[in-house]
Design a protein around this ligand. Sequence first.
Ligand code: WTA
Length: 658
Amino acid sequence: MNERRSGAHAIETMQVEERRYPPSPEFAKQANAKPDIYETGFDEFWTREAKARVSWFTPWADLYKWDAPYAKWFLGGQLNVCYNCVDRHVEAGQGDKVAYFWEGEPENDRRRITFSDLQREVVRFANGLKQIGVEKGTPVGIYMGMVPELPLAMLACTRIGAPFTVVFGGFSAEALSDRLNDMECQFLITQDEGWRRGSRVPLKGNADAALEISPLVKRCVVVRRTGGDVQMRQNRDVWADEILKGASDDPKSCPCEPMDSEDLLYLLYTSGTTAKPKGIIHTTGGYLVGVATTHHYIFDVKPDSVYWCAADIGWVTGHSYIVFGPLCNGTTGIIYEGTPDFPDKDRWWSIVERYKADILYTAPTAIRTHMKWGPEHAKKHDLSSLRVLGTVGEPINPEAWVWYRENIGGDRTPVVDTWWQTETGMIMITPLPGITTLKPGSATQPFPTVDAAVYDEEGKVVPPGGGGYLVIRKPWPAMLRGIYRDPNRYRETYWNRYQDTYFVGDGARVDDDGDFWLLGRVDDVMNVSGHRISTIEVESALVAHPAVAEAAAAGRDDPQTGQAIVAFVTLKGGREGSPEMLKELREHVGQKIGKFAAPANIVFTPELPKTRSGKIMRRLLRDVSEKRPLGDTTTLAEPAVVEELARRGHEEAAKEEA
Ligand code: WTA
């Protein structure tokens, strides 16, 4: 294990963490997961689940084929994701069941969408898209906020068999354009504007700027949300209303396209250790089986559940656990458009109360924010409907875990800390409520059939208590099928470290009970509020500013966002930094990547600490940003640089705290 600060910190916390929460007998009795789930054989488990949870147009012939590092699942099978998520529930008489309760950010802006409504609207949307030229295999980009038309657009694509990529609405025009270009998208679906804490996010405006540099996109469909003024370019842009007006909503007018199990379903771009985002490939059959199965057992979803995953659909959590998993299981879900503090800090709890949500799934950063605001906001509302709570996105500190359970879960609900990644597609390490004895801060056990382990540098299993690299040794149905058009990077990133074993990029430790404790990233990827951002992306954005000569970025622990970005910047021509320049650079990064990636803090320095071979010493920068005593500096070319840097870093940190 390399000497990461968050790793060392997490271990200290964990060793004193001795609280245990065994399942209550009442919960265990009614739980979807029974203890024998862990004894079911690999093939038997996935064969059974694939038959129980998904309807196949053509049954598969082989369960899976593992030709490392490439897996194929449910070979020969044919299915359609939209059919599984929508049509078959209507055919089974569930048309009147609510698929989504949607809450807009402006109060009293609500929609109740049944599975029948969803079917009609998806059919209309798919017909509209076909009318302007979207066909099976046409790549489509989607850049939207949390409006019902976002899952509609995704489902319409899957109905036609058009692969898509959703770009989180917080990304900038440039980030959007990079993704559209990489996938060679021919169509973009967006909206006029989004609502965020009462102000308008110019989605179409950003899309316009992106399309200037994404020439392959020939049509842009615009959903009306705020009604704000936007520019429509003739022959390229079209209002969704217009193409939907005349389109049929009769399912027979637009049958669900039979897709091969291994056909591309979507790409989702994620950060790595280079500036270029990776297009993570997810295919159809294995992905759907994986997300539906995990959703069923991990959240203990019942037919009358009202399930709320409060993530953004633009990230993988939303893809797998707002859209595809829950809809495949015919679950009633909640989608909320805005921020948790609009108009007030009790907004979430008013939503839980109104819809009587029984399951809530969110991120540690959100829990810590609520913790900071205080429990009085939750106390104003009746949260007794809640049965299961979940977290995802980063390690959760035991204090936040316990706060969540006590103040939101009434000290009664299990809390499932679920570990997974964009790449894994589905939850991989997690408690099963009703079976697992919970430990605050631990994601506990690999999901049934998942073969996770902790390795040392040589690829030997680290004995209980020691830290190491998390790996996965067997394939799983929802696993990534590669990085889009970059097989070399796929091998280098995930498969070169150990033979035929998936290298996760997270540190972990297994305790004496075999429970897993996640220790954060081991590469140069930062995790800010659950968003993965690579240091090099932020650095490249900074260096693209005309005043910047050199830049380095590092993550430091942050009580609220998990990590915060500290940037070290050398200006051209020996210029000194200024508050104005700091503001300008933050805005600049916001423009290049998105506001969520803007450094919390910038330290201006005449020089960056480098090794004699010219590599920036990130470990030292992390030490500086953490205000820790400096580690070994003997390989430094100019040891004085770092002392000066430490002084400046401490000054900056003091200012920030003041
Ligand atoms: C981190 C989000 C600790 C981890 C689903 C992983 C976690 C990265 C947890 C993936 C957890 C996610 N405990 N760390 N329960 N869940 N992570 O691709 O570092 O946005 O590699 O997927 O988030 O982030 P991604």
